[in-house]
Design a protein around this ligand. Structure first.
Ligand SMILES: [Zn+2]
Length: 84
């Protein structure tokens, strides 16, 4: 069973929601939050879009958005990855 359906759009992109902050390096207010794959695995990063300085980096789930079947325990509450 496939976890993800086949994409309907021709090109895929990551949503990069804006964050109300200003870059401490260049002063830009174009700051966005998104996942990045870097040394140490996936990170949820808040980065300046002008100079790419990282304002914040927190560890994301090790397999990114992919959650293998059978690896989570149902609790009745929304899973960690559902609250985005
Ligand atoms: Zn910047």
């Amino acid at each position: 069973m496939h976890t993800f359906p086949r994409p309907r759009s021709e090109r895929l992109h990551v949503e990069r929601p804006e964050v109300q902050a200003s870059c401490p390096e260049c002063g830009s207010s174009d700051v966005r939050r998104y996942r990045v794959l870097s040394e140490g695995g996936w990170w949820t990063a808040v980065k300046c879009q002008d100079c790419l300085a990282s304002l914040e980096r927190t560890p994301a789930p090790p397999l990114g958005s992919f959650v293998p079947l059978g690896t989570t325990v149902p609790t009745g509450a929304p899973a960690d990855g559902a609250a985005r």
